[in-house]
Design a protein around this ligand. Structure first.
Ligand code: CAP
Ligand code: MG
Length: 432
């Protein structure tokens, strides 16, 4: 018997109409030389569901109902429908092992990119989603008509816990809601996590007293999962509403665990996406940021980094708008080759986070891209202010007021010196 590849064609059916309960995935694919498109998409559907590389002697009939179907091929795009029974309830690692697993390494494909998955109601309902979400966080801060604002002490790492807390205090006093740890600051010799939390709590109390505003922090609990749980509890005991996790490096299983733990404390998760660009930057291969943000929302983060469109890191305006809508709306429609429809059911809306190379002069661009339901993180762009951190934060708050009142920054700067000084340094610079 020669090689039997017609097995793969059992996974292709262009007249298949997906069931309401099917999980549907959109992939971009490029077949390898001498592989037809039909063979390629058959392999994608097969390897990500029930198939293997050859025909088999035994295949119980009932297994037919577990096979995925590639049902729509449009140029280099293919839609695959997966029966719901394939997926374990409330297990993101298991879904990823299927629809984002072996298939990325198949020799039959030169490139494969998971663009988005449309998750059926029955699948979504098993997950928790954000614990507070946009409305819960706005209520907590009593801030309804502007973005939430935050900053990371810079340089990224190196400050002692004490120095860190002092910069935090200046940030809060400049009008910001949040002080954030950097993604690679966890608990190092020079800045112990537990010590930092204690000092930050002290400074927060002082800043809250002096300003009459709610102040909080995004302390980075990233670690081994059990230690993360311990750190989350410690942060909670010191009166913070949030903790930050590097969600990609930690992995979905630990994020799910922490959502449980932190949900008990009624805390929010700030998701830093460090490492995402290892698999979402190459436009023909890997998976999109859109899909990553979607699964993180599903498993329970309250906010996640989504890019600036104009700052120092990658991501186009169009992609960012699609991402922000997916995170914030109750349901979204298909956008050709960019995203699939999604009904969020009971899952609460989550905040997108704009960060990376921002400064006061870019605030109007961010409002134009995101509107007001966004967390704005401006770090180098406040600490680099000629008069220091507090003035830098004030300049950002002034830029927000000006934008809201539809006054140009330059005009507003005439009567607001912190903004004027920031503009004199950076203007409308788009950093790289
Ligand atoms: C920004 C930042 C963030 C990046 C992450 C940094 O600092 O703290 O980690 O924005 O990227 O370390 O670069 P600046 P993204 O404000 O000083 O640039 O939000 O795209 O995931
Ligand atoms: Mg950072």
């Amino acid at each position: 018997m020669g090689e039997k590849i017609e097995w793969y064609h059992d996974f292709v059916n262009k007249s298949y109409k997906p069931k309401r309960t099917d999980l549907k995935v959109l992939y971009y694919f490029e077949p390898a030389r001498k592989t037809s498109k039909e063979d390629a998409v058959g392999r994608i559907a097969s390897e990500s569901s029930t198939g293997t590389w050859t025909t088999l002697h035994t295949m119980p009939k009932r297994m037919k109902s577990l096979m995925a179907t590639a049902y729509k091929i449009n140029g280099n795009y293919v839609h695959v429908a997966y029966p719901l029974e394939l997926w374990e309830k409330e297990s993101m690692p298991q879904l990823l092992s299927g629809i984002a697993g072996n298939i990325f390494g198949m020799k039959a494909l030169n490139n494969l990119r998971l663009i988005d998955a449309s998750l059926p109601k029955e699948y979504v309902k098993e997950f928790k989603g954000p614990s507070l979400g946009i409305s819960g966080l706005r209520k907590y801060f009593k801030v309804y008509e502007r973005p939430l604002t935050g900053a990371v002490p810079k340089p990224k790492v190196g400050f002692s816990s004490d120095e860190h807390a002092k910069i935090g205090f200046e940030t809060w006093m400049g009008g910001f809601d949040l002080v954030k740890d950097d993604e690679n600051l966890t608990s190092q010799k020079f800045n112990n996590f537990y010590k930092r939390v204690k000092l930050m709590a002290k400074m927060r109390d002082k800043a809250e007293k002096m300003t009459g505003e709610v102040k909080d922090a995004l302390l980075n609990i990233t670690s081994e999962t059990k230690e993360m749980e311990k750190r989350a509890k410690f942060v909670h005991n010191h009166g913070f509403k949030y903790a930050m996790i590097d969600v990609v490096t930690c992995g979905t299983a630990s994020v799910q665990t922490l959502r449980e733990t932190m949900g008990d404390y009624k805390m929010a998760i700030h998701a830093h996406r460090a490492m995402h660009a290892a698999f979402d930057r190459e436009p023909k291969h890997g998976m999109t940021m859109h899909f990553l943000a979607k699964i993180m929302k599903l498993i329970g983060v309250d906010e996640i980094h989504t890019g600036t469109g104009v700052g120092k890191l990658v991501g186009t305006r169009e992609e960012i708008k699609a991402l922000a809508d997916m995170l914030r709306e109750k349901s979204v429609k298909d956008r050709k080759e960019l995203m699939l429809e999604q009904d969020w059911g009971h899952i609460k809306p989550a905040f997108p986070v704009s960060s990376g190379g921002l400064h006061p002069g870019l605030v109007p661009d961010e409002i134009d891209i995101y509107g007001e339901d966004v967390v704005l993180l401006v770090s180098g762009g406040i600490h680099g202010h000629p008069k220091g951190t507090r003035a830098g934060a004030q300049a950002v708050m002034q830029a927000l007021e000006a934008t809201k009142r539809k006054i140009t920054l330059e005009e507003y700067g005439k009567t607001h010196k912190e903004l004027r000084e920031a503009l004199e340094k950076w203007g409308r610079l788009k950093p790289r």
